[in-house]
Write a protein that binds this ligand. Sequence first.
Ligand SMILES: Nc1ncnc2c1ncn2[C@@H]1O[C@H](COP(=O)(O)OP(=O)(O)OP(=O)(O)O)[C@@H](O)[C@H]1O
Ligand SMILES: [Mg+2]
Length: 312
Amino acid sequence: MVITVTLNPAMDKTLMVDNFKVGAVNRANISRYDIGGKGINVSKVLKEFGVDSLCLGFLGGIWEQRFKDTLDKRNIKHDFISIKGDTRTNTKIVDINNNVFTDINEPGPEIATEELELFIEKFNHRCKVEDIVVLSGGAAPGIPKDIYKTLIDIAKKKGTLCILDADGELLKYGLEAKPHIIKPNEHELSKMLCQEITTKDQVIQAGKKLQSSGISKVLVSLGEKGSILTAPEGVYEAEGLKVKVKSTVGAGDSMVAALIYAHLKGFTPEDTLAFAQATATATVMMEGTEACSLNHVMEMVEMSKEKVKELK
Ligand SMILES: Nc1ncnc2c1ncn2[C@@H]1O[C@H](COP(=O)(O)OP(=O)(O)OP(=O)(O)O)[C@@H](O)[C@H]1O
Ligand SMILES: [Mg+2]
């Protein structure tokens, strides 16, 4: 089973407003709500790939039932801890006329000590040998910064494969537990190593350094430039594909889902990278937070394979 952890889910509320003006009364033409959070996004893409997963984390308040109903409708398993606080709403204001996008993200509910303990207990109970666990995204207030280290330590003792996709201190402490796979972007990598990483050589050196510290695979995503995978077999580069970009939201999350799919299918590192890049590219070609389909990814794979090369 694949387990995805979302410690601070958010209801993504998108408002379409023509000529959005700060400090004025604006009228929205359209509003829509999508369940979100990085782990949940990974689960959505996995579903498109025909891979079942279980979503864990915290839910509370008015959105709790809406999340559960939506996951049920999508046939995605879930076992969240019910909390006293309210799951947050992240608002996106989209002004198509002027091509201006404004995001207002809430911090999320305070997680009580007992709620966190219940979660850790559940996580411990759920992780099994041969499972894959994805730890991604930020944590709600009240959750200690070393939470991913705690969870990876638990999972590794059970023989579970751990994938970490986080930022800042959550990533820094998480790395101490040596997850099997990480997927930082350029910015996260720079912060992690406390040095500005801008060139390809720097990314390669960083990947090798992380690998020698005990992390088996490091996939660094470089936005439109593509990505670099450091695997036990070697280092591989995928030059970015030039496509019409509609939204880059969730591109990194879809890559994490692709890594899982590639692992389950036993892909070579070259094919893993080509598939991950094809998935991310298919995602950026979609509006909003919609997950890409496996058919669309497969259409992109051949093009993506041509962009992959081993770096000697
Ligand atoms: N503008 C773009 N054009 C083409 N491909 C893109 C673009 N932006 C992102 N991608 C694809 O998506 C992948 C992941 O993007 P990015 O490095 O921005 O991830 P991220 O910052 O982790 O994203 P997320 O917001 O999901 O966390 C890239 O490696 C690339 O394949
Ligand atoms: Mg990311």
